[in-house]
Every structure is written in C-alpha cells, then in structure tokens.
Write a protein that binds this ligand. Structure first.
Ligand code: G3I
Length: 312
C-alpha cells in the first residue's frame, strides 16, 4: 500500500498555542493532515526524552494524543523513534555498563512499543546510527554494547509488537558513498544472523537542485530486499527564495515521488511537516527556507502540484 504521510506535532493536536495566528495555523494544519494524508508520524512525542525522562518514569500524554488522533481518523501511524542518540535524557547517556544499558533499552522498548502495540504500522527502531564516513556513531549505545545494541533493539521491538514493521532509519542515504554502502552492509549482516528487520527508512532532508542520485540510491536501499520508506522528506531552498527555485522544487518533489512509485518495495513517503510556517529547517538552517508543500499561509505551493501530478 502506498501511503502519503506527514509529521504531526502533539502541539498540533492539543497544545496551548496562544497567538491567534498560531491558532489559525493549528486549525489549517490539522485539516490539511486530515484531508490530504493517510498517515502521521509524531515529530517529537514518542522520542526518549518525551516518553521516559527519568528511569522507569513514563509519560505518554503527547504520544497518546497523536496516536488517538490517528486512530480516530483512520490514519496509519509511524512510530518515531525507539533508540536514538539525540533527544536522549542524560540519565541514559551516562550509563556505562552493559547489564544496566541492556535492561534500560529492553524496558524502554517494551514499555513504549508495548503501549502502542497494534496501533503503529511501522517503528523506527534505531535512528541515525551511522556517521557519514560509514562508521558507527559514537553513541552510548555503541560505546557500551557495540553493534549488538542494534540486534537487541530489533529483537525487543519484535517481541513487544509482533505485527509492527521494524525499520532502521537514517539521513544522508541520498548520496553514494560510505554511509549508504555501510548501511546496506549492516542490513545484510542483520538479516544473515536472523535479526528481525523489515524496512529501511531514508529520511531525505534534501536541498533543491541537488538530488541527482536520489533514484539510484533508493534502489540501492531496495536491493537489500527490505521494505523502503521515505520517512522525513523535505526539500529546502537556499535563500532568497524565487520563482525559479520554487519551480525546481516542484520538479524535485516529483523526482522523489516518482522514484518511490517506480521502486516496488517503496511503501510510502512521509513529508516532515505540512506548512513552511512550521518546519525544523527554520531553526537549524537559517540560510534555507520553504521546504514543504504548503506555504506560510497554508496555500498549496507548486511543490504540491509536482507531488500530486507524480502520484497521479
Ligand atoms: O519541548 C521543548 C520546550 O519545552 C522548550 O521550551 C523549547 C525551547 O527551545 O524546546 C522544546 O524542545 C524542542 C523540540 O523540538 C520540541 O519542540 C527542541 O528544542 C528542538 O530541538 C526539537 O527539535 C526537533 C528535532 O528533531 C530535535 O533533534 C524537531 O522539532 C524535529 O523536527 C526534529 O526531527 C528530526 C527527526 O526526529 C530525526 N531526523 C532529523 C529530524 C530533523 O532534525
């Protein structure tokens, strides 16, 4: 099944947004999500810092809001994310013995994936575990447990929610080089030792005019035999934004959409946000703008048309 999805902040669902303009944005964002998308991913609400800020003390307020919104609207829900070095509370980063970390990972996954058992169609079980040079990232997980942490995470997730599709998710898999090659090699090792992995997610935080090998790399990921999903798509524009760059963005969204549609294992595309008004790009890349399908006023952009035409 091909699913077009969008990221959903819990604040979109129930957060206290004070400014009137934000209230308007909230309403528009939700109605666009409802009418245009078949699935949602919580942008932050299921991450470790949100769900288990202190050891054994779980907090599901925002995560439940997103999950309830999804189920009441008949939307698929992507779980994001169980094991990630970022938005990780200090009490986890400071663990330095194998037994404790194994227990902590096991309990976290059991509790979080268990809470949403049967409600999440796919989990990003591990997120961003390799560096651009292809080596494992120097996270607490790798430092203390080595590559075994990956197997532990997938096996625990499978037991906690046997019907969820289990994904390895990462960024910069849109270019040829050591990162994608070592991701494919890691997936092949996991499969060879019977670790339950179903899919590979390519985040696809892209830059307009700069995605020449996208189709090739997506098909390289598919060569693993796993499901493939584009999990966090946005295509940002170097400032100043002008009509030529917006026209290129339209083409680039069409290129990504067509790549997924022509890759039999590609199950769907998630856009990392709805309107250019609310995107992580603003805070992280001040020299870039306008990465999404709706503009600051919730009007459809040419990027929407490019995506829609490619889908049809
Ligand atoms: O919750 C606090 C709030 O209490 C505080 O007042 C406020 C002040 O800055 O910060 C809030 O936390 C922010 C959080 O989003 C929730 O809004 C963090 O500062 C902010 O850093 C965080 O950013 C998120 C980022 O992940 C964190 O790494 C972005 O919204 C989210 O879009 C982004 O998503 C990631 C994916 O999970 C993984 N792949 C890359 C992608 C983009 O960075």
């Amino acid at each position: 099944a091909f699913v077009l999805a969008a990221v959903l902040s819990a604040s979109s669902v129930h957060g206290a947004l004070d400014a009137k303009i934000k209230a308007k944005g909230k309403k528009s964002r939700i109605s666009i999500l409802n009418t245009e998308f078949g699935a949602v991913t919580p942008e932050n609400a299921m991450k470790w810092d949100a769900t288990e800020p202190n050891r054994g003390q779980f907090n599901f307020g925002n995560a439940d809001s997103v999950a309830n919104w999804a189920s009441s609207r008949g939307k698929f829900l992507r779980g994001h994310t169980l094991v990630w070095h970022s938005q990780l509370p200090g009490w986890v980063s400071n663990i330095n013995d194998k037994n404790t970390l194994t227990q902590v990972i096991t309990n976290h996954i059991n509790t979080v994936a268990g809470r949403f058992k049967g409600k999440v169609y796919a989990w990003d079980v591990v997120n961003e575990i390799l560096e651009d040079n292809g080596n494992f990232r120097n996270s607490v997980f790798y430092r203390v447990l080595g590559e075994d942490f990956v197997d532990l995470a997938f096996r625990t997730a499978r037991a906690a929610d046997p019907n969820a599709k289990l994904y390895l998710n990462d960024y910069n898999l849109d270019y040829n080089g050591p990162k994608i090659n070592n991701t494919v090699a890691l997936i092949n090792r996991l499969k060879a030792r019977g670790t339950p992995i179903d899919g590979v997610g390519t985040q696809a935080h892209l830059i307009v005019g700069n995605l020449a090998p996208f189709d090739e790399t997506l098909k390289l990921l598919a060569s693993t035999g796993l499901d493939v999903a584009i999990t966090e798509l946005d295509i940002r524009i170097a400032k100043p934004v002008d009509s030529a760059k917006l026209a290129q963005q339209q083409k680039d969204y069409a290129t990504v959409t067509t790549s997924c549609l022509t890759t039999p294992q590609c199950v769907g595309i998630t856009i990392w946000g709805v309107s250019d008004r609310n995107s992580w790009v603003d805070g992280t890349f001040p020299n870039y703008d306008a990465p999404l399908l709706w503009d600051d006023n919730f009007n459809k952009k040419s990027a929407y048309t490019g995506t829609d035409n490619a889908l049809n």
